[in-house]
Design a protein around this ligand. Structure first.
Ligand SMILES: C[S@@+](CC[C@H](N)C(=O)[O-])C[C@H]1O[C@@H](n2cnc3c(N)ncnc32)[C@H](O)[C@@H]1O
Length: 348
């Protein structure tokens, strides 16, 4: 089972009136096991529609079962990076709200066969969509030391990325690395110091998962598309579990809320300055009580923003994306108020 994180604040953030809403379309971009979708549907009226996305075939199976029981639900088996294309394909050009609960679900972590967990020995897979793409074992069999170092440093913010990449290269010369246990042992042998309370392989597993599933490439595409589809007053609610994701969401909301930052010092009239296309509604962290009941929640951050009436620039939502500001060497101080923990650790 998957216990949804920050459930009430996320549904409240989508600003659904208590008596339900007419014919609006909402999107759950990360259906998982439908905890957030179910709570949102409970507040929507009979004419509303909920389009749910997931990459994972098992999540899609659960979503299809829900769609059979509730005609308001439409299921899309695709990455949320394809949000714009998929909504257009469905003939939808406006949405009233969108939520994303990033990362992986408890069923994905708990099933050793999925290869996400160093705590449970299983085949080294790590794909969210098991119907396509390369597995972690396949990638580790051919990636160069430089490529592995770059991925582990960038997406795991791992200080010992080079040593780990070298150790993987040495080990695969002897025999292919095919299980999570083998990879965890190789990493543990290459990492010199342990972080308190963290398995030495935490950062490496997170990095390989992010790389294989293109997690940080899909997120900006989805944010830009959300801006283009949201109606004025429509809300965007995103839960992230590590600082790399949260930084992308935070920078996007900041850029869209202050589009004229670069002209701030110019002597322009107020009417000549670019106006915000989003207003930040705020950031919510889980309560101590929620963390106690669901340790997975401890690294979660919910950010919420509201679309204004201002038209987008010709470039669309992409105008508010900047190149991801991710470190590629030593770990950097986080922008988070709490020590960032890998989603992986939080779920394990
Ligand atoms: C944390 S879980 C969501 C849990 C869900 N909110 C619930 O209450 O059950 C994240 C889900 O997002 C899916 N996912 C992650 N990245 C995705 C992407 N780029 N596109 C679509 N689904 C994605 C994962 O397969 C997983 O099922």
């Amino acid at each position: 089972m998957h216990r949804p994180v920050l459930l009430e604040p996320t549904i409240d953030a989508l600003a659904v009136p208590a008596d339900g809403v007419g014919a609006g379309v909402w999107v759950d971009a990360t259906f998982g096991r439908g905890g957030h979708s179910g709570a949102l549907l409970a507040r929507l009226g009979p004419e509303a529609r909920l389009v749910v996305f997931d990459k994972d075939p098992q999540a899609i199976e659960a979503a299809r079962a829900l769609a059979e029981r509730d005609a308001r639900v439409t299921v899309v088996h695709a990455g949320f990076g394809a949000l714009a294309e998929e909504l257009s394909r469905l003939g939808i050009d406006r949405i009233a709200g969108l939520m994303m609960d990033l990362g992986i679900s408890s069923p994905q972590i708990d099933d050793a066969e999925r290869g996400f967990s160093f705590m449970r020995d299983g085949p080294l897979d790590m794909r969210m969509d098991t119907t396509r793409g390369e597995t972690a074992a396949q990638w580790l069999a051919h990636a160069s030391v430089d490529e592995m170092r770059e991925v582990i440093a960038r997406y795991g913010e791992e200080r010992f990325a080079f040593q780990i990449a070298k150790a993987i290269a040495v080990s695969r010369e002897k025999r292919p690395i095919t299980t999570t246990g083998e990879l965890a042992d190789i990493v543990a042998g290459a990492v010199r110091t342990r972080e308190k309370g963290q398995h030495p392989a935490t950062r490496t597993f997170q990095a390989i998962r992010i790389h294989l599933n293109q997690e940080l490439e899909e997120l900006p595409r989805a944010l830009a598309a959300a801006l283009e589809f949201l109606v004025p007053g429509g809300r965007l609610a995103v839960i992230s579990f590590h600082s790399l994701e949260d930084r992308i969401v935070k920078q996007f909301i900041a850029a869209a809320s202050r589009p004229g930052a670069e002209t701030a010092r110019l002597p322009l009239r107020e009417s000549e300055r670019p106006q915000p296309v989003l207003v930040s509604v705020g950031r919510v962290l889980p309560s101590e009580e929620e963390i106690q009941q669901n340790p997975r929640a401890r690294s979660a951050v919910l950010r919420v923003a509201e679309r204004t009436h201002v038209a987008l620039p010709a470039e669309g939502g992409k105008a508010f994306l900047k190149a991801p500001d991710v470190p590629s060497g030593r770990r950097r101080a986080s922008t988070r108020t709490r020590t960032p923990r890998a989603h992986f650790l939080a779920c394990a």
